[in-house]
Design a protein around this ligand. Structure first.
Ligand code: CTP
Ligand code: MN
Ligand code: MN
Ligand code: MN
Length: 355
C-alpha cells in the first residue's frame, strides 16, 4: 500500500499549471463546497483564505476519479487544515454543516446575487448590502441608486446573462464577428478563447481574440466592427477601451493592476435564437414568451500578432491556471509572464544596471 501511496502523491504536482485536469469534474461534491467557502471568504474581504479554498478545489478537480478516503486526501498537495476538515466532513456525513450554514446566510445570498450582475464587483455589492438592499427588485425600484451604464445593462439583462451560453451560440457569435471583420480587413484572424477553447460545452460568456498576420493592421479595426454590428442592432451594450500598452510601461505610469492593456470591448450582444412559437404550452403571447433573442456577454480583445501567443495563452484560462502559470514562471523560472510577453527578470536587472 505505502509504496503505491508515494507514487500517487508524486503524481499530483504542486502547481496547478503542471496538472492535467479532466473536462468532467469527478469531485464536484467537494469542489462545490470549497468554492462556496471561497466565495464567502472573498465576500468578507479575505482574499488569502478565498485563494486557499480555490487551491484545494483545483487539486480535487485534477483527479481522474472521486475521492473516497481520508488517506487519499492526506496524500494530496495544496490542502490546508480548513479545506481538509471540510472534505473530511463530506466524506463522513455526505455534506458539510459549515457550507450549509454559509449558503443560508442572507449576506452570502445577497452578495452572490449582486456580484452576478455584469459590472458589479465586491465593493459595490457590499455597499448595496450595507444600505439594506437585498433583491434585484430593490435595485430596480431604488430611486437614489446611481448605476453605471454597464450596471444598468447588467441589471436589465440579468436573466439572459445568467443563462449558460452554448458552444453553438459561441460559434455563431464568433462567425458574426469574423464576417464583419473580414468586410473591413480581409485576413483578420478570429479565435474563440476562454472556457470554450478548453473544451467546455457551455460558458458564461464568449471570449474572442482578434489579430492580423501583418503587425499593425489590427489597429482601429474593433471600433469599425462594433459600429457595424451596432448599426445592425446586434449590440445591446459596449464599452470600447483603447490599447494602453505604451501608457502602462511609460516611466510615469501609475498602473499597478495585472490587467492586460489590449484594445478591447466588454460587450453584450443581441443574439437571434429560434423563436418559441410552437413550443408546447406556449399559449400566452406575452412579449416575454415570444422573445426571439438572447443577451450574451462577449469579450472582444485585439492583439498585435507579435503578442498573440501570450494573449491566447492568457485568455484561454482558467483564471486559476493562469495565476499558477505566472506563479510558476516567477518562482521557478525567475521570469515574468503576462498576456503581452514572457521575459527573464535576471536579464532585465542586468540591462538596467548596465544602463
Ligand atoms: N481574462 C483576462 N482579463 C480580464 C478578464 C479575463 O485576462 N479582464 C482572462 C482570464 O484570466 C481567463 C480568460 O480571460 O483566463 C477567460 O475568462 P472568463 O471569460 O472570465 O472565464 P472562462 O474561463 O472563459 O469561463 P466562463 O465559461 O465562465 O466564461
Ligand atoms: Mn462528522
Ligand atoms: Mn469566458
Ligand atoms: Mn470573459
Amino acid at each position: 500500500h505505502s509504496d503505491v501511496d508515494v507514487v500517487v502523491a508524486s503524481l499530483v504536482p504542486a502547481y496547478g499549471c503542471q496538472r492535467r485536469t479532466p473536462l468532467t469534474n469527478k469531485n464536484c461534491i467537494f469542489t462545490d463546497a470549497l468554492e462556496t467557502l471561497s466565495k464567502e471568504a472573498s465576500f468578507c474581504g479575505s482574499d488569502g483564505r478565498s485563494l486557499a479554498f480555490i487551491r484545494a478545489a483545483s487539486v480535487l478537480r485534477s483527479l481522474p476519479s472521486t475521492l473516497t478516503t481520508i488517506e487519499e486526501l492526506n496524500r494530496l498537495p495544496g490542502f490546508g487544515e480548513h479545506s481538509k476538515r471540510v472534505v473530511q466532513e463530506i466524506l463522513e456525513d455526505g455534506f458539510s454543516a459549515e457550507v450549509e450554514r454559509v449558503t443560508q446566510k442572507e449576506k452570502y445570498q445577497t452578495m452572490k446575487l449582486f456580484t452576478n450582475i455584469f459590472g458589479v464587483g465586491m465593493k459595490t455589492a457590499n455597499r448595496w448590502y450595507q444600505e439594506g438592499l437585498r433583491s434585484l427588485g430593490d435595485l430596480r425600484n431604488s430611486q437614489k441608486l446611481k448605476l453605471s451604464k454597464q450596471q444598468e445593462a447588467g441589471l436589465q439583462h440579468y436573466e439572459d446573462l445568467n443563462m449558460p451560453v452554448s458552444r453553438a451560440e459561441a460559434d455563431l457569435i464568433a462567425k458574426m464577428v469574423e464576417e464583419v471583420a473580414h468586410s473591413f480587413l480581409p485576413g483578420t484572424i478570429i479565435t474563440l478563447a476562454g472556457g470554450f477553447r478548453r473544451g467546455k460545452l457551455s460558458g458564461h460568456d464568449v471570449d474572442i481574440l482578434i489579430t492580423h498576420a501583418q503587425e499593425g493592421r489590427e489597429e482601429g479595426l474593433l471600433s469599425k466592427v462594433i459600429g457595424q454590428l451596432q448599426s445592425q442592432g446586434l449590440i445591446l451594450y459596449h464599452d470600447l477601451k483603447r490599447n494602453s500598452y505604451h501608457d502602462a510601461f511609460s516611466p510615469d505610469s501609475k498602473s499597478t493592476s495585472n490587467m492586460d492593456h489590449f484594445e478591447r470591448s466588454f460587450s453584450i450582444f443581441r443574439l437571434k435564437v429560434a423563436s418559441h412559437i410552437g413550443d408546447i404550452g406556449a399559449r400566452d403571447h406575452s412579449p416575454e414568451s415570444s422573445k426571439d433573442w438572447k443577451a450574451v456577454r462577449v469579450d472582444l480583445v485585439v492583439t498585435p500578432i507579435s503578442q498573440y501567443p501570450y494573449a491566447l495563452l492568457g485568455w484561454t484560462g482558467s483564471k486559476h491556471f493562469e495565476r499558477e502559470l505566472r506563479r510558476f514562471s516567477c518562482n521557478e523560472k525567475k521570469m515574468v509572464l503576462n498576456s503581452h510577453a514572457l521575459y527573464d527578470t535576471v536579464e532585465v536587472q542586468v540591462a538596467i544596471s548596465q544602463s
